[in-house]
Ligand binder design. Sequence first.
Ligand SMILES: *[C@@H]1O[C@H](CO)[C@@H](O)[C@H](O)[C@H]1NC(C)=O
Length: 151
Amino acid sequence: MKISLFLLSFLVLLPLSLQDPSPGVKAPTQAHAELTNHGFPIGLLPLSVKNYFINQTSGEFSLFLDGTCNIKLPPDNYLATYSKKVTGRISPGKIAELQGIRVWAFFKYWYITGIRISGDNLVFEVGVASAKYPSKNFDDSLDCEGKRSSS
Ligand SMILES: *[C@@H]1O[C@H](CO)[C@@H](O)[C@H](O)[C@H]1NC(C)=O
């Protein structure tokens, strides 16, 4: 009886905690935690993740920001733009079918379609092309440009 009550309250509370990562906690959100669970650094996402959903079976996720978010990516300071909605499919060491992140470089936008881990590097896939950067460049989750943390 005790156990089933516990399970019940857990099941009832779980969706709430996924939708609304504790307000006021500055540290990574549930979405950031999901990145680290799969071996990725938290700096792949801006701090301002508002909502986050994942299908734990398929790894398909959707996350929502307050709005479009610009971040300068180290080390070359390419401007990355996150759409208000970002979707993809995450598995250990691999994010595929990514939609909603583009990078401005060489006078055009490049849509990042996948990210995978290769040793100490992250490989960003842009269609058939790819670019490799050290993972440690992404250890910190940043605020969007022109926006201070609202907490
Ligand atoms: C989660 O993914 C699995 C496998 O693709 C699928 O069968 C299931 O319907 C999905 N669940 C939801 C809630 O979308």
